[in-house]
Design a protein around this ligand. Structure first.
Ligand code: NAP
Ligand code: HSE
Length: 468
């Protein structure tokens, strides 16, 4: 930055504040802020590289130099795809977190045990903490935010949801003047990558998952991705921000993508739909000021009409559709996993931390603002949706009639049926599209249907979404 030119993103009031506290020029205010990375893997390595590339640009915009002072890893001898100087590496994360010359700590190691100790130790020391760890936030968010407030620290978590898409900033700042009525997200890059390649290439689930792991998209434990838990962690964070009560992941109905097979993708296509893993948050109360919030929060494979924009979000891309009562529908799209997009989100948090430190106001924007009356998640059994049902049935006369009778007795309407021709006695798929029905009613009917001797294997049920 040239002498006399103010850093561009500082507001006039901020500059006035700084001018009162400093007798030097604005250039003298260019502080060095040391950053400690706990984790130098996919995300940590990405942050190191991105700061190498754009550190000067960020300094000119922020009025502070962000410098990586240390990187804690588990194993010094492990080969790394990013060349982090050996002088920065350590296996002793405490020496980084407790170093008084390092005011900003990025927890990029993952897991919920040591990672929690890292975050709480740093917050207790009043440090600015950045985390990409949605599993930790989902489980411990409320406790960590309270700890941050108690110690006058802040916790930043842009990288925890939707990779490079700045959706946390959107909900905390951009849409602050809105009540959020609907939020739909494709928030797991690995699942979207798998479903896309299964649809476009007819690829095999296991092979594509291995590719997602090689590309750095998947979690260390990939079951977190394909069983829907990672998406549930993220959708819970977004629901909490949108509605002001911390959503317990146990209250989120979570269905992963293991049951989605090529037959489903093909039949959904015939019916005009694409299957996506959708996290949805629907506000169900009347939205009166001061009344507690009630919201449906769920993650499930969902048939999305091909004409809808979310049907066309492919590969590792994520997208979040947010409907506010003032703004209407808004859409946020970008790469949802991998080294570079996630690093971009961490840089955004580094910028906020630097600005807050420069302004001496750690809680300028608190990490989470609770709704005055709290809120609750609607029980899944009480939610109403359309459904896609796949049964594996013996190809015998009368099978469809028996299934339709059971659904009819439960007052569940059928909107369309596909039954491919098979050979007498063979198992064939029977696909039914079901009108709006309560989940508990559908499940009860399926329990009875599953007992029929003509039904082979467990029924497969996915939601169908109209986005209204
Ligand atoms: P990763 O590649 O497995 O990296 C983890 C890093 O943490 C490694 O450098 C590892 O050291 C280090 N580490 C583990 N235990 C440690 C310990 N006890 N002390 C010091 N260092 C330790 O994982 P990642 O993909 O970067 O993910 C990190 C976090 O970001 C996770 O919370 C993940 O959910 C989140 N995230 C990931 C992505 C993504 O696309 N990958 C996107 C958004 C958020 P070694 O290198 O020596 O093994
Ligand atoms: N495993 C996660 C995903 C990483 O695939 O979306 C990004 O959070």
């Amino acid at each position: 930055m040239r002498a006399g030119h103010p850093p561009r993103s500082l507001t006039l009031s901020t500059l006035g504040f700084i001018a009162q506290r400093s007798s030097g020029t604005i250039a003298d205010l260019m502080k060095q802020l040391n950053v400690g990375l706990i984790g130098g893997g996919t995300v940590g390595g990405g942050v190191y590289l991105a700061l190498q590339r754009n550190g000067t640009l960020m300094s000119s915009r922020l009025g502070s130099n962000l410098r990586i002072a240390a990187v804690a890893v588990r194993d010094l001898s492990r080969p790394r795809s990013v060349d982090i100087p050996a002088s920065l590496l350590t296996t002793d994360w405490r020496s980084v977190v407790e170093n008084p010359d390092i005011p900003i700590i990025c927890e990029l190691m993952g897991g919920t045990t040591t990672a929690k100790t890292v975050v709480t130790t740093a917050l207790r020391l009043g440090k600015s903490v950045i985390t990409a760890n949605k599993a930790l936030l989902s489980a411990q968010g409320e406790e960590l935010f309270a700890l941050a407030e108690k110690h006058g620290a802040n916790l930043y978590y842009e990288a925890s949801v939707a990779g490079g898409v700045p959706i946390i900033k959107v909900l905390r700042e951009g849409l602050i003047g809105n009540r959020i009525t609907r939020l739909y997200g494709i928030v797991n890059g690995t699942c979207n990558y798998i479903l896309t390649r299964m649809k476009l290439e007819g690829a095999d689930f296991g092979e594509v998952l291995a590719d997602a792991q090689r590309l750095g998209y998947a979690e260390a434990e990939p079951g977190l991705d394909v069983d829907g838990h990672d998406a549930a962690h993220k959708i819970g964070i977004l629901a909490s921000l949108a509605h002001g009560f911390w959503v317990d992941p146990k209250d989120i109905f979570t269905q992963g993508i293991r049951e989605v097979n090529r037959v489903d993708i093909q039949f959904a296509g015939q019916l005009g739909y694409t299957i996506k893993l959708i996290g949805s948050v629907k506000r169900c109360d009347k939205g009166r000021a001061g009344s507690p919030v009630r919201a449906e929060v769920c993650v499930a494979p969902t048939l999305v009409p091909n004409s809808h924009v979310l049907a066309n979000v492919n590969h590792v891309y994520n997208a979040v559709l947010v409907r506010g009562d003032v703004v209407g529908d808004t859409l946020y799209y970008g790469r949802g996993a991998g080294q570079d997009p996630t690093a971009s989100a961490v840089l955004s948090d580094l910028a906020d931390a630097a600005l807050d430190l420069n302004c001496h106001d750690h809680l300028r924007i608190p990490p989470f603002v609770p709704h005055e009356r709290g809120g609750s998640v609607v029980k899944m059994g009480d939610t109403i949706s359309r459904y896609y049902l796949r049964l594996s049935v013996a190809d015998r006369p009368g099978t469809l009639a028996r299934v339709a009778t059971i659904l009819g007795e439960a007052k569940i309407g059928i909107s369309s049926v596909i039954q491919p021709e098979g050979h007498e006695g063979e198992s064939v798929p029977l696909i039914l599209m079901i009108h709006d029905a309560a989940y508990s009613d559908v499940r009860k009917a399926l329990t009875i249907i599953a007992r029929l001797s003509v039904i082979k294997g467990a029924p497969v049920l996915f939601r169908v979404e109209n986005f209204d």
